[in-house]
Design a protein around this ligand. Sequence first.
Ligand code: FE
Length: 398
Amino acid sequence: MSQAFYLPTRVFGGADCLKTHAAFFRTLGTKALVVTGRRSAVATGAGADLASALETQGIDYELFDQVPPNPGITEVREAAAVARAEDVDFVVGIGGGSPLDAAKAIAVLATNDLDDQALFVPPFAKLPLPIVAIPTTAGTGSEVTPYAILTNDRIQSKSNLGHETLFPRAAFLDARYTYGLPRHVTVNTALDQLSHLVEGYLAVRGTPFSSELALQGLRSLGPALRALAINQEQPSPALRETLLLSSTTAGMVITHTGTTAVHALGYGLTYFKDIDHGRANALLLPESLVFLQPAHGDKVRDILDALDMRNLQDFRSLVDSLLGPKETLTEAEMRQFAAIAIQARNMANTPRYPPRPTWWNSTEGASLPRDAPPRSDGARMSILRPGVARCLSTTKMI
Ligand code: FE
């Protein structure tokens, strides 16, 4: 297991951290492109705080506030054109995962001429512009990851643009920006970070450091999720603080581990069914643990212990109570989404079950598990498809 750990993002935290650490922006240049959604920067107060921080440092800026949820390549190209035309020195993303990830892709396209396929194949000829991230939700973790997840119509899913030059130079964590989030956003983003911590702990690429961080994140997040499930009121400032801290911790985890089948499958639910990203993951998460438990029982037990839960039924009950009524999928949809998800790079990061299946070398059909694939499939697909089938059976779920 690799013990490497690299995370070059400077993290500033606490109330008014933008004001307190405004001088940091001077290290990045004299003109910024501020990238955000249509509402979040204004509604949270983060936009005003950033504007005044930049002004105190004599830094000019342009605003691009047209990032949609689940942005695609077209939108980031549009913003990159603004970055070029205005000759900005750095990009600041304000918002949830969509604006933060868009900011990273914009930083790449501001300095590189790349077609839609080359965009996802780093390294890039020229360094991307420096990036600063100001999260206004507690879920994505994008403020400390080198990943930009973009909707990609060519593959009818999302693609991950990931490279170490995309680590934000700085992240400003001010939980006040999350105070006004509607309940469904608070819940869905909390479920996304739960997914990051659980997937990160189980991922093939896990390291001793990422595992420690994942368990610590789960210890913080468990009580916070229970509080969210019980209390329908707006979370307290202390709870918001906890959620933001564990979200960034979860981001540090997936920086090192990547995500797994749950995210790969979840992207299909978002692309085709418009189900929010965190919710899509959570619909798949309990059953994925049931599926992995026989081969990875110790790790599943660690996750349950960190969450202070007795068993997987406790896990499912908590997730279900946060999800509320669930969506339904047809058999045809499940097959379609699974066929796309199985091509995703993060499928290979999923711990395999069984590590060497009993039916692997078998000549007897009777020894095949019920959902085993035809033997003519490639080895990788043969191992993974039962997992995909099982994960997606949850969405039927439903
Ligand atoms: Fe995620």
